[in-house]
Design a protein around this ligand. Structure first.
Ligand code: HQG
Length: 203
């Protein structure tokens, strides 16, 4: 459950810019996935931090048109473009995407039988050779449907390619999977023998 909003959400002065929620979401991702120490916070082994600590740290950093409140954080959590964050018992964590190592950020779970990975064609030879590797993150990111995989792949520019992952067989043979959000699953690595090229954008 989400904790109660304890701070008022003051209206900015007439005509003043309000909080940019994309900027806030990026600052939250940086704090909860990549560089918590930059904000002077420490994450628990599951990647969480208390809501109050995060809010105080974001306000200490400054650069906002007014003070960030819990209502602002919840706006990003509940209405952001993706389910990037989870709030439970007054604590907030990133659901996926970490570059920092955490002991208990992800809980193993049984994946859907088939998953997809969208990427740029320029990575394809290396992926088919070495398999999917976490690269700068802690885990590989997979999608539950082709549409989501296309969006993920498109971020990398160039021609988008979609790989199909035989997750059922990989899981059976010992590859560990974790649930990220409704459309995102995670895995430690995915060896190339579980991958097949599903679709390559010709344009
Ligand atoms: C590629 C976004 C060469 C991999 C998205 C990918 C996602 C290899 C890139 C989440 C490789 C890493 C993660 C190999 C993998 N050789 N390249 N062996 N193995 N790669 O951004 O999956 O908006 O770290 O194909 O929606 O693109 O941040 O991973 O292209 O859910 O919430 O290395 O980030 O979510 O790129 O995206 P990324 P990703 P947010």
């Amino acid at each position: 459950m989400t904790s109660k909003h304890t701070e008022p959400s003051p209206e900015p002065p007439e005509g003043a810019p309000d909080i940019n929620y994309v900027s806030l979401s990026k600052a939250m991702s940086k704090a909860l996935r990549h560089r918590p120490e930059r904000l002077g916070i420490t994450l628990a082994p599951d990647g969480s931090v208390s809501m109050g600590v995060l809010i105080r740290a974001l306000n200490r950093r400054g650069g906002w048109p007014r003070r960030i409140t819990e209502a602002d954080i919840m706006q990003v959590v509940e209405h952001g473009s993706k389910q990037r964050f989870a709030v439970e018992n007054g604590r907030i964590r990133a659901r996926y995407g970490h570059s920092i190592a955490l002991d208990a950020a992800y809980v193993p779970a049984e994946p859907p039988a088939v998953l997809y990975h969208g990427t740029s064609q320029r990575f394809l030879d290396s992926i088919l050779d070495k398999g999917l590797l976490p690269m700068d993150r802690q885990v590989v990111h997979l999608s539950t449907d082709v549409e989501t995989a296309q969006l993920v792949g498109r971020r990398h520019g160039g021609h988008t390619v979609i790989l199909q992952v035989d997750a059922a067989r990989a899981a059976r043979e010992g590859i560990r999977f974790y649930r990220g959000n409704d459309s995102t699953w995670l895995a430690d690595t995915v060896p190339a023998r579980y991958l097949s090229l599903l679709w390559a954008n010709p344009s």
